[in-house]
Design a protein around this ligand. Structure first.
Ligand SMILES: [Ca+2]
Length: 578
């Protein structure tokens, strides 16, 4: 607008007058910003000040000056305190930190799992850089709402409002409240707003981009559980695929899964996948960069090559183990063969802790206790939060619930609404819309990342959504949303790959300086076969490819380019189409 006005100026004199006016207005605004009415002093960091703002249905329990890691005001409060249908108190708790040296930016720190704790509100270092950071329990408190007779920390799913708060309303309420508090505290506008999260926090990011597209300028959505109820069905599928391998019972009298695959067995599977797919990207380096080409027809023969011909030994997998892997990677289906989620990516990260070990198998704790998150976290959330009405189950019955979950009669309950539960979990939990026009229109930018060996959310589900969104937008997804697949990475981190990277700084550069991320450098941490190795992560559908010379442990010798498909096979994944 200013440049248009400049073009229309008729005389030098008028131009000079306007310059003076602009200068005076600019100085006045500057002085207001510096000296003007602002309450940003440590003296106002007390609950009375925040209560005096008169925010409806909001109670402040704490406002305390803090000095660690930098000087700031720490605020803890509750929105909409109320009594749930189970007679227990509920509220949307939040934790806000307002640094004395504020950089005029707002950072929403995404939650994780089924939430229930207010988080540290330090934003993985963002607070130290001057960001005002908020985190939230998403509408329930694990110390209050825990019920051993109703799924433990998943008991909040009995309360319809707590479901909706968890699904999307907490993101809405906490963002609005935090933004108001920040503006009132500093007496200044927020220059940029960000949401950064992984897993359920990544889901919150996608929820924000679709339901509240004007709230954030930039979003990092890691391993987003944007289709979580379907993924929860897949969790049950995996456990039932593994159950026949169990040779003993858990303390709850159910198949004990921890030893159905040893770590050595998972390494055998990883080596079979490497044998099938490592070289497809042009470089044998222990990483499958051309994941698009790594499919069943490549991997099955290599798995069958390591099948035991006699008794199980350390150097072979049993036929039942291989069958279970094929079932898991194909994804859940009902008895009519209809896919209920999606299939998964064959990737050597299968041997990493945050893949099958953490989610489907579990890890040993001494006693025969099933520790797989699919049986504990998923065991609580599937019956209490995702099916409607909730199937109230005591903690000791969660394993039996998952092993008995029926893919014909129980799986459809994630689409059901009934009685006081007016929204199905596929409504209140998901962020599957491909229409991101409003987010794009207000210049929103989003970076999504996803590990190819994620143990709970399939990278194919995220890829399928991205492809559909790109078609809908149409073909303009790259201009505002970029998806980075991370070879060998499990859920939100971990795995034998270059799994350490910073997605937030590239997002800020994109939002504030218009520099779109063409690649993100990642590093292999200690514990991987090549600590210190660096690689570019590439925006889908591009993949990292070696230039043919130079150190293969240096990202500088790789470029991001479109995959070499080869063999005439397309890149469409098997997926559900409800
Ligand atoms: Ca390779």
């Amino acid at each position: 607008m200013i440049s248009e006005r400049r073009c229309n100026m008729r005389s030098r004199k008028e131009s000079d007058v306007k310059k003076v006016i602009y200068y005076v207005v600019f100085v006045a605004l500057l002085m207001t910003a510096i000296l003007g009415p602002r309450s940003a002093t440590a003296a106002s960091c007390d609950p009375e000040f925040f209560n005096s703002l008169g925010l409806p249905n909001t109670v402040f329990t704490t406002a305390t000056p803090q000095v660690d890691p930098i000087a700031h005001c720490e605020i803890i409060g509750k929105i909409n305190p109320r009594t749930g249908v189970d007679g227990k108190p509920y509220a949307i708790g939040f934790h806000l930190r307002l640094p004395d040296s504020w950089n005029e930016r707002f950072y929403f720190q995404g939650g994780g799992g089924t939430d229930g704790s207010i988080g540290d509100a330090k934003g993985s270092g963002a607070l130290s850089k001057g960001y005002a950071v908020v985190s939230t329990d998403a509408g329930h408190d694990n110390t209050i709402n825990f019920d051993p007779n109703a799924g433990g920390t998943a008991a909040f799913g009995i309360d319809p409002q707590a479901r909706i708060d968890y699904g999307y309303n907490a993101v809405d309420q906490v963002t609005q409240t935090a933004k108001t508090l920040i503006r009132d505290y500093y007496g200044r506008k927020i220059a940029y707003s960000y949401l950064v999260g992984c897993s359920n926090g990544g889901r919150q990011g996608m929820v924000a981009s679709q339901r509240f597209p004007t709230y954030f300028d930039g979003i990092v959505a890691g391993a987003p559980g944007f289709n979580l109820p379907r993924a929860a069905v897949a969790e049950a599928w995996n456990e039932q695929a593994l159950a026949p391998l169990a040779t003993s019972l858990s303390t709850n009298g159910q198949p004990y899964l921890v030893d159905t695959f040893s770590d050595a067995d998972l390494a055998l599977a990883a080596n079979a996948i490497l044998a099938a797919c490592d070289a497809l990207d042009g470089l044998v380096d222990g990483i499958v960069d051309n994941y698009a080409a790594c499919k069943n027809w490549q991997v099955y023969p290599q798995l069958e090559a390591i099948q035991c011909t006699g008794a199980k030994t350390a150097s072979c997998l049993s036929a039942d183990q291989i069958e279970a892997l094929k079932m898991i990677y194909a994804g859940p289906e009902n008895s009519r063969g209809k896919a209920l989620y999606t299939d998964w990516q064959w990737d050597p990260g299968i041997s990493g802790f945050t893949s099958l070990r953490l989610w489907s198998l579990g890890y040993p704790v001494g006693a025969p206790v099933n520790t797989a998150l699919n049986l504990t976290l998923g065991g609580g959330s599937l019956p209490h939060v995702f099916v409607t009405p909730p199937d109230v189950t005591p903690l000791t019955g969660l394993e039996a619930y998952i092993f008995g979950f029926n893919f014909d009669t129980d799986a459809p309950k994630i689409f059901k609404a009934s009685g006081i539960y007016t929204e199905s979990s596929m409504e209140f939990m998901t962020a599957r819309s491909t229409d991101l026009r409003r987010f794009k229109k207000q210049d929103g930018k989003m970076i999504i990342y996803h590990g190819n060996s994620d143990g709970v959310f399939s990278p194919h589900d995220t890829i399928n959504w991205y492809k559909a969104m790109d078609e809908r937008m149409p073909g303009k997804a790259q201009s505002f949303v970029r998806l980075f697949l991370v070879p060998s990475m499990g859920h939100c981190g971990g795995g034998p790959g270059t799994t350490v990277f910073d997605a937030f700084t590239p997002l800020v550069n994109w939002v504030e300086h218009g520099i779109a991320p063409e690649s993100i450098v990642s590093t292999a941490p200690p514990g991987t076969p090549w600590p210190g190795r660096t690689r570019p992560l590439c925006p889908y559908p591009k993949q990292a490819r070696y230039i043919g010379s130079g150190d293969i442990n240096n990202a500088a010798n790789f470029v991001c380019e479109l995959p070499h498909y080869g063999h005439g096979h397309d890149f469409d994944f098997h997926h559900c189409d409800d």
